[in-house]
Design a protein around this ligand. Structure first.
Ligand code: AP5
Length: 213
């Protein structure tokens, strides 16, 4: 499958992407994960992205497009990909469209994960992430078996740097201003699937049903 996952911070894009990769080996491509890894490794990209991320602002489009143009041409993408957190602005969506045309790739759909704001706020303050493998936990709905330790790789399970109240509030504002317009963009492209994302299992079922035609 070749999907875009749209949705506010905390809508469950990463959670659903990980469930979908298990179905057919499509690869999850999370620009947030790529950027966090770059920050951790202290690369040039990481140095440029760090301050934007910490404040909950978007990283400039040129940096993101540079990463994605390369990433989408790597061999593992041939089996399909789940774009998690990309595109996030109209210019990114337009450039992705041009890139897909150039590479001769057809997207199946853009899935809009809809979750009420109060649920999102609750999810973001209770999310924990593994610094080793990126596994996502939630202290209320899906905690690791041993507090602070990843079930999958034994890495540390921590709260992300952009999970302060101030950064969360800014991320939601930035989403409404810059990313929410992508819903109309993909509706006009005939690719949009709106789904109620309070249950990730239901989201996966709906996507599978739509792909099956
Ligand atoms: P990114 O990492 O993409 O963050 P985000 O979009 O804010 O999304 P999140 O990872 O916060 O949420 P999610 O929707 O994946 O939810 P999750 O599955 O984890 O980006 C971080 C930063 O990088 C940006 O702020 C920006 O600076 C930069 N960046 C990234 N991409 C960029 C781009 N394209 N352009 C410019 N800048 C970019 O779930 C959340 C929690 O809820 C978890 O605890 C989970 O366990 C729980 N949960 C999920 N589903 C359910 C459910 N059904 N029921 C109960 N709990 C659930």
């Amino acid at each position: 499958m070749k999907l875009i996952l749209l949705g506010a911070p905390g809508a469950g894009k990463g959670t659903v992407a990980k469930m979908l990769t298990a179905i057919d080996g499509s690869v999850q491509i999370s620009t947030g994960d790529i950027l966090r890894a770059a920050v951790k490794e202290g690369t040039e990209l990481g140095k440029q992205a760090e301050a934007y991320m910490k404040a909950g602002d978007l990283v400039p489009d040129e940096l993101i497009m540079g990463i994605m143009e390369q990433r989408l041409q790597e061999p593992d993408c041939a089996n399909g990909f789940l774009l998690d957190g990309f595109p996030r602005t109209i210019p990114q969506a337009e450039q992705l469209k041009a890139l897909m045309d150039k590479l001769g790739i057809k997207l199946d759909m853009a899935v809009n994960l809809e979750v009420p704001r109060e649920v999102i706020l609750d999810r973001l303050t209770t999310r924990r992430t593994c610094t080793g493998c990126g596994a996502i936990y939630n202290v209320k709905s899906a905690p690791p078996k041993v507090e602070g330790v990843c079930d999958k790789c034994g890495g540390s399970v921590v709260q992300r740097d952009d999970e302060t109240e101030e950064a969360i509030s800014n991320r939601l504002d930035v989403y409404n201003e810059k990313t929410a317009p992508l819903v109309e963009f993909y509706r006009n492209e005939g690719l949009l699937l709106d789904v109620n994302a309070t249950s990730s299992d239901e989201v996966v079922k709906t996507i599978k049903a739509r792909l099956a035609g």
